[in-house]
Design a protein around this ligand. Sequence first.
Ligand SMILES: C[S@@+](CC[C@H](N)C(=O)[O-])C[C@H]1O[C@@H](n2cnc3c(N)ncnc32)[C@H](O)[C@@H]1O
Length: 342
Amino acid sequence: MSDHDLVGTAVALRWQADYCRSKGSPIAATVCDAVADDLEANGPTEALLPARVRTGDWVGLRVMGLVHRMAITRRAPGVAINAPTLGGTSPFAAPDPTSAVAAFRDAVVTAVVSDPAAMAAALAAIPQTNEVGRSRALRIALSGCVSPVRLIELGASAGLNLRCDRLPGDADLEVGPLPEIVERLGCDLAPVDPTSADGRLWLSGFVWLDDVDRFAALGEAMRVATDVPATMVAADVVEFLNTIEVATGLTTVVWHSAVWPYLDAPTRNAVTARLAAIGSGATPDAPLWHVSWEPGPDGPEQFELVVERWDGGSEPRREVLVVGNSHGHELRAVASGRPWAS
Ligand SMILES: C[S@@+](CC[C@H](N)C(=O)[O-])C[C@H]1O[C@@H](n2cnc3c(N)ncnc32)[C@H](O)[C@@H]1O
């Protein structure tokens, strides 16, 4: 099934629920299950949600994001009190969690139907998970780059990966000290300002409600963003790439993570073609590195760190360096360490 195939909304919510459960997040899973159950019972959420969605619309993330934001702002106190990210107690913590889980499910549905305009806005906006763990994977590629670097990110959302040198790395897999980053530039259809209250709320909502560690890591990354400026441009990836060329004396690194599933085939092809065109102008003094942390051939759960390097030849050198999960954990080297580095 492609990301663009239509499925029933309850089916898409169940997929997200199963995924959250498999990743150890039963509370986030319950948010999706509660809404899916209500939809299937023709309950009040039916009037607010479409009957069918594209799988690539990530409707579960949109609904979970709204519910978490309502909890953070205490518009959904019955959810907040159960959200570990907010200091609440998991409804699954009781010896017999049945009644606590039932109350939580009711609180979720109550929250979702309490503000139809907020639900409509949440459904209309592209989910923007800024998973700081992905920076850990991306840094591994950067650790092989010659300094100084111009770091350019496609679909950067809030641009947190552009501050990767101030975020946690994986000392075992990095092959050297990170290069000096002299420019940090990103694009997104809807850039988020991680230094504003609204931006911070938006990003925080997309962390799963169970995931205290990710919530803390995101908070720290948003704090780092106030110290380390980055330029974000509101643009489609192709439009933005058309403005990029290699630069003498700098390694131009163009990277992206968890963006490929959002792009349709013509856009993916245009990105690939434009990167090749930029790469054709690369020289040993003006190299281009294309780095991606995106789902690999083994399905959406296994991400791959791929590096393509142009430095004067007609074809790039392409290597898969590392594999791991979508959040940048369980990282495992594929390439054998130093040989891939410059
Ligand atoms: C899941 S987020 C990933 C954010 C960040 N790269 C990370 O790893 O955390 C995907 C981002 O891609 C952006 N996006 C999707 N399609 C896009 C396009 N055609 N042009 C630019 N940005 C796009 C979305 O707005 C969203 O912010």
